[in-house]
Write a protein that binds this ligand. Structure first.
Ligand code: SF4
Ligand code: SF4
Length: 400
């Protein structure tokens, strides 16, 4: 077959995939429209009250469409999904954690569209934020589980301690363990999102020697979860995952660690503004030195960017104003499993870690980077196909 014929066939196949995807999207949006409660807020009024013009909103939608690896034709659908976010019932559990994820996602002094969506999701239950307490709170949870069975999104913040039959964490007058509560709620949910690295991989609650035997949610409950890793995670990654669910009723394509590929498919090191200094061998040698003032690479003062997969440099934090490396501290690798143990000490390069049989800065970056990149590239390969087929895969409970 001639090469141009091959490419033209591929174009046809891609178009057919996108058409199928668009149909899937339309039918899921319609289903949600029919089944879910009416919006609590009028979206346009909410935008105006935040000083966001329609034009800004559509610009944000086109950025999110690209971030989700969808073609521009999906922008109006993403806009529809964002407007529909207030109809998504969410049950949010707080288990073994510090509540930093809630703080990071729901508190903002200069709200943007991510924050607006987080403010409008229908939080049916959230122990930290709700007014109810004690028996009333338990009733709220039971009502939400009954009313929205199979429809709500279960978001879990924090790890599950399994030691002493889970008794390191009990909630409520009946003394239910975190494990029991999470198991029951997750079994009735449309999908389970692990928010933050504690919930995704165990993180600080599971740090050595882990006396409570804390585990991430997927590991503890033996279920697939979408892991929005980070300590704390970025609001955009959570919102994008919600949008994906509203659009397709399916999990986004995930890497082998359950993280959405659209957000965690790239290595921090490869999209870092200090990378040219790394390539030129220009490093900060100690805090506050002349090289720090000149914005040199932070590898030698402990930056874990070469071993970390996340989109921090692209989406940034605090309304997109900055991210740790831009602010002058190295990446801590908080989106990776076991980061608290594995990446410590945080201000020393990985090459200085005794267990790693590596020689020198370049070898560290290359060897570990190649290992991780190989795994991730395999995921990206799957994703390249998966991104056009998503929505025709599993409805829930697994990678597409
Ligand atoms: S992931 Fe980090 S911020 Fe979130 S609960 Fe755990 S320790 Fe706190
Ligand atoms: S080591 Fe860190 S600071 Fe240096 S280029 Fe990589 S990510 Fe950026």
């Amino acid at each position: 077959m001639a090469l141009d014929e091959m490419f033209s066939n591929k174009g046809e196949q891609l178009r057919a995939c996108y058409d199928a995807l668009m149909k899937k999207c339309d039918s899921h949006l319609e289903k949600m429209h029919q089944e879910l409660p009416l919006p609590q807020d009028k979206w346009n009024e909410a935008l105006i009250s935040r000083g966001v013009s329609r034009r800004d909103f559509l610009k944000w939608c086109s950025i999110m469409t690209a971030a989700l690896t969808l073609p521009p034709a999906f922008t109006p659908k993403v806009a529809q999904a964002a407007e529909m976010a207030s109809r998504i019932p969410v049950v949010w559990l707080n288990l073994s954690e510090c509540t930093g994820c809630t703080e990071a996602l729901l508190r903002s002094s200069y709200p943007n569209i991510d924050d607006l969506i987080l403010d409008t999701i229908s939080l049916e239950y959230h122990e930290t934020l709700m007014v109810a307490s004690g028996h009333q709170a338990e009733e709220c949870l039971n009502e939400a589980l009954e009313k929205f069975a199979g429809q709500f999104v279960c978001v879990i913040e924090g790890a599950i301690p399994l030691g002493m039959n889970g008794k390191y964490l009990t909630i409520g007058a009946r003394g239910k363990t975190g494990y029991e509560i999470a198991k029951e709620v997750a079994s009735k949910a449309a999908m389970v999102i692990s928010i933050g690295s504690c919930s995704s991989f165990g993180n600080i609650p599971a740090a050595r020697p882990n006396p409570t035997q804390a585990r991430g949610i997927g590991d503890a409950l033996k279920i697939p979860t979408v892991n929005i890793a980070g300590c704390p995670p970025n609001a955009t990654n959570f919102v994008g995952t919600l949008l994906h669910y509203i659009l397709f009723g399916a999990l986004p394509a995930l890497d082998r660690l359950g993280r959405p590929l659209w957000a965690y498919g790239k290595r921090i090191h490869d999209f870092c503004e200090r990378r040219p200094h790394y390539d030129a061998g220009e490093f900060v040698e100690e805090w506050g030195d002349e090289y720090a003032k000149r914005g040199f690479c932070l590898y030698k003062v402990g930056c874990k960017g070469p071993y970390t997969y996340a989109n921090c440099s692209q989406v940034r934090f605090n309304q997109g104003s900055s991210w740790p490396v831009m602010a002058g501290h190295g990446c801590m690798g908080c989106t990776e499993p076991g980061f608290w143990d594995r990446m410590a000490p945080l201000e020393k390069p990985m090459a200085d870690h005794a267990p790693l049989p590596l020689a020198g800065v370049e070898a560290t970056a290359d060897e570990i980077g190649i290992g991780l990149a190989a795994v991730t590239l395999a995921g990206i390969g799957v994703h390249a196909v998966g991104s056009v087929l998503r929505g025709v895969g599993k409805e829930k409970g697994g990678e597409e």
